[in-house]
Design a protein around this ligand. Sequence first.
Ligand code: IDP
Ligand code: MG
Length: 157
Amino acid sequence: MTDVAENTLPAADPAETPAVERTLVLVKPDGVRRGLSGEVLRRIEAKGYGLAAVQLVTATPELLEAHYAEHVGKPFYQPLVDFMLSGPTLAVVAEGQDVIKGFRSLAGATNPTEAAPGTIRGDLGRDWGVKVQQNIVHGSDSPESAAREIGLWFPGL
Ligand code: IDP
Ligand code: MG
């Protein structure tokens, strides 16, 4: 019989435990409308990440201008904002080691037509006549973006 205690890992030394990373995930209005919020949360949890905050949010033009600051002025900016205002968004803070990169990997390529099968965008997304705009999820792309975006969508966190 296996001694359970023998298989127990020693307690992590807090001084050596890396800070748990956080990322902002959005289930965009197309994902919420299509009833995919639960499926996206399921994939985040099945991968092993934790949920630190989940809230249904109705975005405003001001919030989206701050969130998509890097895209202001691009041809797809205003249609993107109109799409993001077309219904509620599920805002999520997910956490775990390297979760920023890990969720981007779960999400797949920006263009849902090209996103690999097995990814959220590859399995659940397609071109609905608007090319790459409606791609179900957003995920922060760097620690700096994550901190900024979490502050925008969860000012109290
Ligand atoms: P990402 O979401 O994979 O990080 P970004 O290049 O940061 O992709 O673009 C932000 C969002 O803007 C995309 O997820 C998509 O919804 C939309 N988008 C990006 N490029 C285009 C485009 O060429 N046409 C229409 N929408 C676009
Ligand atoms: Mg981006």
